[in-house]
Structures are given as structure tokens and as C-alpha cells.
Design a protein around this ligand. Structure first.
Ligand code: ADP
Ligand code: MG
Length: 253
């Protein structure tokens, strides 16, 4: 079906070099934490970074960033907020506040199109997208409307999370949605590293991007971008993002 907004979305994203969708299928594995801290790290490296919270049911980037998701200023589109230097941020929470937003899969894809059609990102090196949990239309809708999209899939070493990650990877593979690789979150001990999550990446034929430690300091740093980027988690995450983005980290031509 032709949607006139598609052309508008293409224009809105014309200045965006790369879209990095942080996905997992399962909730609670650390997508939002990776998306927020990763965006902050990239902005500190001098990249022009956008962060879009598309988790309609559980928008949490604003909580991690410690900012109030007010209604964005309108100027030929909605201008992203700037919760930290160099970081442009848009969130569905600006429109639904703290109310629960019950939505069906097709409504998620619809809301995704709407967010992309109205937000004026300008020129960005990377747009990081905090994806909603679950495997549904919006997962593929992003790739359809923003062909520069690559998925960074996050999983923990729990068998439950691995099973969902495997399903998501197969779903993305069948839809030809590009995946940059798989990262392991909440690794408890060094001995756990190098086991189940890298094995899943190998089985699915995608890159393993690295392990992120379980970091008990993250909770206390929540709401404080300056502290979040100094956590041991952030130090490991920087390597994961460097591997995920490769040559996209080079300054824009
Ligand atoms: N590496 C980690 N170490 C400790 N706690 C973590 C880690 N990653 C995420 N968390 C915590 O786990 C919870 C869920 O993380 P979140 O990023 O909201 O997951 P998701 O977005 O996948 O639902 C949060 O309380 C977060 O602080
Ligand atoms: Mg989340």
C-alpha cells in the first residue's frame, strides 16, 4: 500500500547516515540501557547522534537520561530534545506521558511511521533506535522506511533470552533485515564469557560484538548521563558500538 508519509520520512532521514536499531525480542535484557549509554558514548566521541525511543509500552530512555519528555518545539517539524551535549532525543513518551499505551502490532508500525514523519533530525552520523520488545510489524517497518537500518541484537546468556534472540535473528534473516551483530549483556563472571551468546552468533552466521558485564552501579547512575558513561558497563559498551558501527564512526565527509 502506498503511504504518502513514506516520501516525507525519506526526506526527514535524508541527513542520517546510519540507523542502528537496538533490538532483542525479549524485554528486560538491557536494550534501553545499551541504546542510551551507547548514544551518550558516541556523542562524546564527537559524532552527531540521535536517539529515538520507540518502546511504546515501556518508554524508558528519558528515565535513564534524567530528562522530562516535554512536548517538542515545532519548527517545520518537531525538534528533538537535547538531554546531553551532542545528543538529539525524541521519544514516544512526549506524546503518551506515563500513561500505558496499549497497541496492536499494526498500530506500533503506524506510530513508528508517524514519529519518523514528524521528527526533524537534521544531519546525523548515527540514529540509535531503542526498539520495542516483541517481534512484530514495526521490527521490519523500520528497515522498510529507513533502508540505512542495521540491527544490533542484545541477549543475555539465559536460555530463555537466547531462545527469543534466536527467533528474532531468524525473523530478521528471513526478511533480509541487516544485522550488525549480537552482544551479550549482564555477564556475571569472566568464566561465563565465550559461551552461549557467541555460540548463537556463530550458529546464525553473524558477528559477536562482545560481552557487557553485570554492573551493579548502573541503577545508581540512572538519570545521570555524566555518571552512566563512566560505569564499567559503558567501557565495554564502547567496544561493542565501535565494532557495530565500523567505518560509520569515521567523521562525515
Ligand atoms: N549490564 C547490566 N548490569 C546490571 N543491570 C543492568 C544491565 N543492563 C541492564 N540492566 C538493568 O536491567 C533492567 C532492564 O534494562 P533495560 O535496559 O530497561 O532493558 P530492556 O530495554 O531490554 O527492557 C534495568 O533496570 C537496567 O538498569
Ligand atoms: Mg526498554
Amino acid at each position: 500500500m502506498i503511504d504518502p508519509r513514506d516520501a516525507g520520512i525519506a526526506l526527514r532521514l535524508a541527513g542520517v547516515r546510519r540507523v542502528l536499531a537496538v533490538s532483542s525480542g525479549k524485554g528486560g535484557v538491557g536494550k534501553s540501557t545499551c541504546a542510551v549509554v551507547g548514544s551518550l558514548i558516541l556523542a562524546r566521541r564527537g559524532l552527531a547522534v540521535g536517539l529515538l525511543d520507540l518502546d511504546f509500552q515501556g518508554a524508558s530512555c528519558h528515565t535513564l537520561l534524567g530528562c522530562r519528555p516535554g512536548i517538542p518545539v515545532e519548527d517545520r517539524g518537531l525538534l528533538p530534545l537535547e538531554p546531553a551535549p551532542g545528543l538529539r532525543f525524541a521519544t514516544i513518551a512526549s506524546f503518551i506521558g506515563e500513561r500505558p499505551a496499549a497497541m496492536r502490532g499494526s498500530a506500533l508500525a503506524e506510530a513508528l511511521r508517524e514519529m519518523l514523519a514528524v521528527t526533524r533530525w537534521g544531519a546525523l552520523d548515527v540514529l540509535v533506535v531503542d526498539m520495542p520488545p516483541g517481534i512484530h510489524d514495526s521490527t521490519l517497518e523500520l528497515t522498510r522506511v529507513a533502508p540505512a537500518t542495521r540491527h544490533l541484537v542484545v541477549a543475555t546468556a539465559s536460555r530463555v533470552a537466547l531462545a527469543v534472540a534466536a527467533r528474532l535473528l531468524r525473523y530478521l534473516g528471513e526478511a533480509d533485515a541487516p544485522v550488525v551483530g549480537l552482544a551479550e549483556n549482564m555477564r556475571r563472571t569472566a568464566a561465563e564469557a565465550g559461551s552461549a551468546v557467541p555460540a548463537l552468533a556463530a550458529r546464525e552466521g553473524i558477528s559477536f560484538l562482545g560481552s557487557l558485564p553485570f554492573d551493579g552501579t548502573l541503577e545508581a547512575a540512572t538519570g545521570d548521563p555524566g555518571r552512566l558513561v563512566l560505569t564499567p558497563f559503558a567501557v565495554s559498551l564502547e567496544q561493542v558500538f565501535v565494532r557495530a558501527l565500523g567505518s560509520d564512526l569515521d567523521p562525515s565527509p
